[in-house]
Design a protein around this ligand. Structure first.
Ligand SMILES: NC(=O)c1ccc[n+]([C@@H]2O[C@H](COP(=O)([O-])OP(=O)(O)OC[C@H]3O[C@@H](n4cnc5c(N)ncnc54)[C@H](OP(=O)(O)O)[C@@H]3O)[C@@H](O)[C@H]2O)c1
Length: 336
């Protein structure tokens, strides 16, 4: 079978199409014919060698994919041939606390990812794809959507009428927008682009703030919330934007620390957290149980992921360059 591996020096040019032996299912494993995959910012960082963890190479990249089960190993009970399944990010985190997630079992680094014709998955590390979604839509779920769901619903216990602030209009933030809006919450987005704010409003956002135009965007968020601030922040900007997020969140509100798109340096006064009893929480994607709960909500509410652009899977380097440019709105996906 064909696969793309990252090998040699870091950089998108080190993504090479290679021939690999057809995988065979071992006990409690399934073989999936991959039909679509999706990119996350993490995949780009791993490929260019700037991710916070260095993985042994060669590596088949990408945590996220969907495909059809074409073979099952002994004692497989959860899945059958013909099922359409998504990979999960943490291969061992089925449910419960994050203690169950073993770092050595993350898909797309350190263990091989989905960027191949076929992938071998532990039957515990796959979920049925929502039936109403296309393959590229379903492929966009495992990392970005589960992260947004885990932050707002599993950990955040979001309630109707609360206000969610989603930073930017990338994969995680647009899923957060869609989940929050469908749960009856009010959503405010930030973006570098007025055009993207208009598109976010069409998806259900109530208001938007251009963070280029308003570098102190917390002032605008406070103005939009009668000076109170928001209940939940989807914080993907990192230390640089965290100070603004801390000003924009209400007393007792929650900040979900998810990404660091604006860099890894910045200063925070912890007393601002203490004085206003802000709950600050790191979000490490989520468990399979979160993924399954999310899929039920996606099915009932007929939510459709926002797909910005699709590339042939062998053109992954071009897709990564596109994601890196920041031109996208939602998810960048690959068709197999
Ligand atoms: N902890 C986890 O489990 C987890 C899971 C998934 C992702 N992440 C991290 O979360 C971040 C977002 O991931 P993603 O997949 O959604 O990325 P993405 O799809 O590439 O989204 C990037 C978008 O964020 C906005 N943005 C860029 N720089 C920003 C800044 N300095 N401040 C605020 N917004 C900014 C831009 O939106 P506009 O064009 O609208 O300005 C950009 O298009 C990444 O750092 C990623 O590594 C973490």
């Amino acid at each position: 079978m064909k696969a793309i591996v990252l090998d040699g020096q870091p950089g998108f040019d080190s993504l090479k199409l290679v021939e690999r032996p057809m995988p065979q299912p071992r006990r409690q494993e399934v073989i999936v014919r991959v039909t679509a995959t999706s990119l996350n910012y993490r995949d780009v960082e791993i490929a260019r060698g700037t991710y916070h963890t260095v993985f042994p190479l060669p590596l088949v990249p990408l945590s996220d994919g969907v495909g059809e089960v074409v073979a099952i190993g002994e004692d497989v009970t959860r899945l059958k041939v013909g099922d359409r399944v998504c990979s999960t990010f943490w291969q061992r985190w089925v449910a419960g606390s994050f203690d169950m997630a073993e770092p050595a079992y993350q898909r797309g680094g350190p263990i091989d990812g989905m960027l191949a014709e076929y992938a071998r998955l532990d039957e515990q590390a796959a979920v049925l794809a929502p039936a109403h979604l296309s393959d590229v839509e379903a492929a966009s779920l495992p990392c970005a959507a589960v992260t947004a769901w885990h932050a707002l619903l599993t950990e955040g216990a979001l309630k109707p009428g609360e206000t969610v602030l989603a930073l930017g209009t990338g994969g995680v933030s647009l899923f957060a927008l869609q989940f929050a809006a469908s749960a009856g919450a009010r959503v405010i987005v930030t973006s570098s682009s007025d055009d993207k704010i208009v598109r976010a409003k069409a998806l259900g956002a109530d208001a938007g703030v251009n963070y280029r135009q308003y570098p102190n965007w917390a002032d605008e968020v406070l103005r939009l919330t009668d000076g109170l601030g928001v209940d939940h922040v989807i914080e993907v900007g990192g230390p640089e934007s965290f100070a603004q997020s801390l000003r924009a969140v209400r007393r007792g509100g929650q900040i979900n620390v998810i990404g660091y798109l604006g860099g890894t340096e910045g200063s925070i006064n912890p007393l601002d957290i203490f004085r206003r009893q802000v709950r600050v929480r790191g979000i490490p994607v989520g468990s399979r149980a979160s993924f399954e709960a999310m899929n039920r909500a996606i099915a009932v509410n007929r939510i459709r992921p926002v797909i910005d652009r699709s590339f042939p899977w062998t053109e992954v380097a071009a897709a990564m360059r596109y994601l890196e440019s920041g031109a996208h709105f939602g998810k960048v996906v690959l068709e197999h």
